[in-house]
Design a protein around this ligand. Structure first.
Ligand SMILES: [Zn+2]
Length: 251
């Protein structure tokens, strides 16, 4: 069928590497290294393992032996499950530049596909933990807008414990149970995982029913391609200054 032509010969995104000149952060020595720009994990499952083991795009300095990871734009493509996640570290580009770049990449992808082929699910993330979280989430068949909706309500109900300006919630699927979803609380500044919050899995099912009845509301709240409760909350704070009592909260 037409769907397979995407994973077939024409327009099939492959794993790709490129040579980059990298300077060692320890001793300053420059060296040329092959880094991955794109990984197709259905074709190259070993690259997914490398990503999860934190060895993908890791460089060892040939002079001082220091080992360091290069965070660069990476296209994560799972042709079997039909989703694409674009990781654009926002350390080197502004988010506006990233979204422009992302739109261009999506246009290229659409052009490479045969006509009338639905575009696979394409998502954007800015950090490596977000990338790992989203891979687990999509592999588990969960809906990322429902998960972000849960985060949205956790943030708004616990503004002091998890203020969105300083803390990010990450769903930990591996350690979640049949009854509870586990969310790690990450400090945005230090990237340290500081706390764990539990949320009843039945809550996910209830919100999923809400989603099925009215998906537009969720899409409006999290339009994508970057789907993030924290991002939505920060935009809301920016747009309409809080008119509640504790005005000193977001200074
Ligand atoms: Zn070095």
């Amino acid at each position: 069928m037409t769907k397979n032509s995407f994973t077939g010969k024409r327009g099939s995104p492959m794993s790709a590497t490129k040579t980059h000149s990298i300077r060692c952060p320890e001793c300053g020595t420059a060296q040329n290294v092959e880094l991955h720009d794109a990984i197709n994990v259905a074709q190259n499952p070993e690259l997914k393992t490398a990503l999860f083991e934190n060895t993908l795009n890791r460089v060892q300095c040939h002079r001082c032996d220091a080992s360091f990871r290069i965070d660069k734009p990476l296209l994560y493509h799972d042709t079997e499950r039909d989703f694409i996640i674009y990781w654009m570290p926002d350390t080197t580009f502004t988010r506006e530049e990233i979204v422009d770049h992302f739109d261009k990449m999506t246009d290229d992808l659409r052009a490479a596909l045969p006509e009338n082929t639905p575009l696979p699910c394409v998502r954007l993330v800015f950090t490596r933990p977000e990338l790992i979280e989203l891979i687990y989430l999509l592999e588990a068949g969960m809906n990322e807008r429902i998960v972000e909706y849960i985060k949205y309500s956790i943030h708004t109900q616990n503004m002091h414990r998890v203020p969105p300006a300083a803390k990010q919630l990450l769903l930990n699927i591996q350690d979640s149970t049949a009854d509870e979803l586990l969310f790690a609380v990450q400090n945005v500044q230090t990237a340290a995982l500081e706390d764990i919050l539990r949320y009843p899995r039945s809550g996910y099912h209830n919100i999923r029913n809400m989603y099925r009845n009215n998906p537009e509301e969720f899409i409006e709240l999290f339009p994508g391609p970057y789907i993030s409760a924290r991002d939505t909350l920060l935009a809301e704070t920016f747009e309409e200054p809080a008119d509640d009592d504790d005005s000193g909260e977001f200074e």
